[in-house]
Design a binder for this molecule. Structure first.
Ligand code: ADP
Ligand code: MG
Length: 805
């Protein structure tokens, strides 16, 4: 009841917003006649004037109607595309920081230019995050002429750019790039030693295209910067040899794809490790001293039992490349962490990569929350409104399509996989014979290849880069999967050609427009395809998440085109069998009655959705704790870099270090450890203090002793400053502190990762998990902070320069 009321209230608020936006759109359109009369130069002059107003402090809301109208006119002139009311509404919603649901093909790229132009006027830089490098370059190049007319500059960040090029791209008014590059630049900037080396200039406004991919599907994928840690290739190979020899009775795997050794497995592994000299004869894997070895054993086990080649990763040119489970795209440069990547390399006989340590990491959700303002657009958002609300504090608004959607959506549940395959084949052959283009979506590379095999067995031929041949006798198809990544966009763009048959992994080619008739079509070809029913989209199984079904269906019926989408699923499909719901066995009829089928599919999807939402929410809560610690350290690091007095900070840290030592070795209310104190003072402070007279009257003496040591240490430092010179020593101190923060954070991050795993293994009730993590993470952080004070002090006390040079 409450929920329904809440939903209705939400619907009401959205409707009211939409009618405000419609109103504003009318005002924008009303300016059209006047703006058409302006020369290009006059148009530019108006935009410059608005920029001056914005930078003089005028609220962007006061100039939005006019700049939207100018940008609309600029698009008409420069791109020959005139934003329609739906696009104006979308842009207005984005400006208000909504996640705007705008269907595929509605023209989100153009919509973005309006809100980018407006927000760029403030001079703070607008970041547009798109799904891949290809789209970053495409969108920037495509939209640039319109921005040019308004006097706005555009930059692109791509993966292969150096820092100078990046800095230049970030200096532009509007910068396009993939989300992960923005995140990586942020992490790298944080580790620079001078402000001049940084490339970003702030986080004012980010607009995320295909927002669901970034903010939901990839939300938990950490962006991690790695640094080298040494060479341990032989170790990984030895562990791999031991694990490769195991039998199924040696391990168990649960429904969450978590693998553990059985008792027999432990015995077997321990025996193998002893043979390789990795475990002492008297030792076992269970004891605390073996924790790290056990960790690598489990990673090797995961590499062998859980991860499958060509599903989770591909091997190309002797390299392991992770495959994005949702899009089927390889993600070059990403590595599994904590030794899992090395374990896979050992399994596949690849060269073992340098062992690395995570230097810094951030998830998309944490990164994008740094922006003062955030907005997103995607074809499918409403289904995830709760998650955007809870996690990102963003509201969703559905922008009505420009033209009514006339696509027909269907779903058939077959009794067996054999029936399903036959139905899919029939569907493809029938459409092809009538010249109707078909796009088939498979959830993984494996399944897309299995489907290609079925077609090949039935007399079809795979075409590579040759264009689609629509003749019924041609029977060729394109296979678009992770391995053909580079041509993806081009192949997808041609998927609407007459009789074209294209197989793609779930969301491959997102962002590429499929025009009926083909990439470069004429009216007659287009009319032919329309007569054949437009694009037919076939899903080869439902996705765990209903949104992904909608994304795939959305490939058809763009901008009011005719089209049809149909999902063929079988009762034995993984998506149903792993949902832990009751399915009718044996199936009474084939296909399963539609009412039963849709109920089954709905409940399976909601099971999966809840599960993954909970998992993400849990991880995101861990993230928040970690990020808080990161911010504490890196805010301090930034202050140091940007001019905070290094001597004052070093002094504070030194005094705190001395406090630590007194509290530990010479407390007012407990026996003293004079030998320990003496040793600590020598090793940290490099000083020799005569401790003998301080053994009586302890309550006062603790304090006195502290003062004495502080005074000695301060004098020692003053001598150094005088000796080395304030500027040089200040510089050394600054670098020292920054480098120590980097090193300590990397170690802390590793401990936090292990803690995360350990807590996961404790099987606590859900509400206790995060609290427990928070609590223990805090003690770890206190230790890190103490290490920092002691290390800074110890290093600073030892700084010396070679005076002879
Ligand atoms: P989306 O990202 O919403 O799926 P795109 O931005 O790729 O859509 O645009 C889809 C197609 O619509 C492109 O071919 C684009 O040129 C075209 N288009 C978008 N807006 C307009 C417009 N106002 N007038 C004419 N064509 C447009
Ligand atoms: Mg797009």
């Amino acid at each position: 009841m409450m929920l329904r009321l809440a939903r209705r209230a939400l619907g009401f608020a959205a409707r009211r917003k939409l009618s405000q936006y419609e109103n504003a759109a009318r005002q924008i359109i009303a300016l059209e006649t006047g703006h058409r009369r302006l020369s290009d130069a006059a148009l530019r002059e108006r935009a410059d004037e608005l920029r001056r107003q914005a930078q003089a402090g005028d609220a962007l809301d006061r100039i939005k109607i006019e700049i939207f109208a100018l940008a609309r006119e600029a698009a008409r002139r420069a791109l020959n595309e005139h934003p329609v009311p739906a696009q104006l509404i979308g842009a207005l919603a984005l400006h208000d920081g909504y996640i705007a649901e705008m269907k595929t093909g509605e023209g989100k790229t153009l919509t973005a230019t309006l809100v980018c132009a407006l927000n760029a006027l403030s001079g703070n830089g607008v970041h547009v995050a798109v799904p891949n490098d290809y789209l970053a370059a495409r969108d920037a190049t495509w939209m640039r002429p319109a921005y040019d007319l308004l006097g706005l500059s555009v930059g692109v960040i791509t993966q292969d750019m150096d820092d100078d090029a990046r800095r230049e791209a970030y200096r532009r008014d509007i910068t396009y790039g993939i989300a992960s590059e923005f995140g990586f630049d942020y992490l790298r900037d944080n580790m620079k030693f001078t402000a001049a080396e940084t490339v970003q200039r702030g986080h004012a406004f980010a607009l995320i295209d295909e927002a669901d991919a970034t903010l939901i599907d990839e939300a938990t994928m950490p962006l991690a910067l790695f640094g080298p840690l040494g060479d341990h290739a032989g170790f990984y190979q030895a562990v791999d040899t031991v694990i490769a020899a195991l039998q199924p009775i040696h391990h168990d795997i649960d429904h969450r794809r978590r693998v553990t050794l059985t008792e027999a497995g432990y015995g077997e592994v321990e025996r193998g490790l002893r043979q390789h000299g990795l475990l002492k004869a008297s030792a076992t894997l269970h004891e605390i001293a073996s924790i790290s070895l056990l960790h690598h054993v489990v990673q090797a086990l995961r590499a062998h039992v859980v991860l499958a080649r060509d599903r989770d990763y591909v091997v190309q040119d002797g390299q392991i490349t992770i495959v994005d489970p949702l899009t089927g795209r390889p993600m070059p440069g990403r590595r599994y962490d904590e030794g899992l990547h090395q374990a896979l390399e050992a399994k596949e006989g690849c060269a073992i990569g340098e062992e690395t340590r995570t230097l810094a990491a951030i998830s998309f959700q944490t990164y994008f929350r740094r922006y003062a303002k955030l907005a997103g657009m995607t074809g499918t958002a409403i289904t995830d409104a709760a998650e955007y609300r809870d996690v990102y504090d963003l509201d969703v608004i559905a922008v009505p399509t420009h033209r009514p959607l006339i696509r027909v959506d269907q779903s058939v549940l077959h009794a067996t996989a054999v029936d399903k395959r036959a139905a899919i084949l029939r569907e493809i052959e029938d459409a092809h014979a009538r010249g109707q283009p078909v796009l088939i979506g498979a959830p993984s590379i494996e399944q897309s290849e299995a489907l290609a095999m079925i077609l090949t067995d039935n007399g079809w031929r795979q075409r590579d880069s040759e264009p689609a041949n629509g003749a019924p006798s041609a029977r060729t198809f394109a296979l678009l999967n992770a391995k053909h990544h580079a041509r993806e966009a081009h192949i997808i763009a041609g998927a609407g050609a007459p009789g074209a048959v294209t197989i793609a992994t779930a969301m491959a080619g997102r962002g590429t427009d499929i025009r009926l008739g083909g990439e470069e079509t004429d009216a007659a070809t287009r009319a032919g395809v329309i007569a054949a029913g437009g694009l037919l989209v076939i899903g080869t199984t439902h996705h765990d998440h209903g949104r992904l079904d909608q994304q795939l269906r959305g490939r058809a019926g763009r901008q009011g085109d005719p089209g049809r989408s149909i999902f063929h699923t079988a009762l034995e499909d993984e998506f149903l069998t792993t949902a832990s719901i009751r399915t009718p066995v044996p199936a009474q009829s084939n296909p399963v009655a539609p009412s039963v089928a849709s109920r089954l599919i709905r409940s399976a999807q909601s099971r999966h959705e809840t599960r993954s939402f909970d998992r993400r929410l849990g991880l995101l809560r861990f993230d928040a704790v970690i990020q808080h610690q990161y911010d504490t350290l890196y805010d301090m690091r930034r202050d140091i870099r940007e001019g905070a007095d290094p001597f004052a900070l070093a002094r504070r840290l030194r005094h705190e270090t001395i406090d630590d030592l007194i509290a530990r070795f010479a407390p007012p209310d407990a026996p003293w450890d004079i030998a320990g104190l003496d040793h600590a003072i020598r090793s940290i402070l490099t000083l020799a203090v005569d401790l003998a007279p301080h053994s009586t009257q302890r309550a006062i003496e603790s304090e006195n002793l502290k003062q004495t040591i502080q005074a000695m240490a301060d004098r020692w430092m003053e001598g150094k400053v005088a000796n080395i010179g304030e500027t040089l020593f200040g510089d050394i101190l600054r670098r020292l502190m920054m480098a120590l923060i980097d090193q300590l954070w990397s170690e802390q991050l590793e401990r936090l990762e292990h803690l995360k795993r350990r807590i996961g293994d404790r099987r606590l009730p859900p509400h206790r998990v995060v609290a427990e993590f928070q609590h223990e993470a805090f003690s770890l952080f206190e230790r890190t902070a103490m290490d920092f004070r002691h290390d800074v002090t110890a290093h600073a006390m030892r700084v010396g320069i070679n005076t002879s040079s």
